[in-house]
Ligand binder design. Structure first.
Ligand SMILES: [Ca+2]
Ligand SMILES: [Ca+2]
Length: 201
């Protein structure tokens, strides 16, 4: 009987140590788990942030391309061949063709507002009837990989091109767009798009 009691006492002491080890191990596991959850949440957030910026770059490029597709390249004299480029474009959408001659609508303009980092679309620009719409924000002063030094740093044939840049190639217009945005943790995301747009004849 004595032996049995002694064994029970030993067993009780061992259980306490086991419990303490168990608590410590559980604490470690929970701590690691919390770290994993935090890391994955942060990865998901940064993934979402990056893909939102990509969507915005795609949508803005689609709108620019759609507008330029509806105009005639003959009217886009101000858009020059590389290495020259412009950051605003004036055009008129062809709304109809009468006896073979295009009938153009109201003048429109797509321009880069460098001060605010925005792309602005204007209908009837510089007139009392002017209407405008901001197509996107977060456009940096210069294209991705470009710095203001008189040379073509990013190797795209244009020197010191702005966040929105147009240049001409035969009857096509080359559009280049960079978006840049900082998240709450000061991580900078950059997304760039370029497209060759064929204008209507
Ligand atoms: Ca360049
Ligand atoms: Ca440069």
């Amino acid at each position: 009987m004595k032996l049995i009691l002694h064994k029970q006492s030993d067993r009780a002491g061992f259980s306490l140590i086991e419990l303490m080890i168990g608590i410590a191990v559980a604490g470690l596991i929970l701590g690691n788990l919390a770290m994993v959850v935090r890391t994955s949440t942060s990865a998901v957030e940064s993934g979402v942030f990056g893909s939102n910026l990509e969507d915005r770059a795609d949508r803005t490029m689609d709108r620019i391309a759609l507008a330029l597709m509806s105009t005639s390249a003959e009217k886009l004299d101000e858009v020059q061949f590389a290495p020259n480029h412009v950051s605003a474009i004036d055009y008129e959408v062809i709304v109809d063709v009468v006896d073979g001659d295009p009938f153009e609508g109201v003048p429109e303009r797509i321009e880069f507002d460098a001060q605010e980092g925005r792309i602005i679309w204007k209908r009837a620009p510089d007139s009392p009837d002017e209407m405008q719409n901001v197509w996107t924000r977060w456009v940096p002063g210069m294209q991705e990989g470009e710095t203001f030094n008189g040379i073509d740093d990013n190797g795209n044939g244009l020197a010191d091109e702005e966040g929105l840049a147009f240049n001409r190639d035969a009857e096509q217009i080359l559009v280049r767009l960079t978006l840049e945005r900082e998240d709450s943790k000061k991580v900078v995301y950059v997304r760039s798009r370029s497209r060759r747009v064929t204008c209507r004849n």
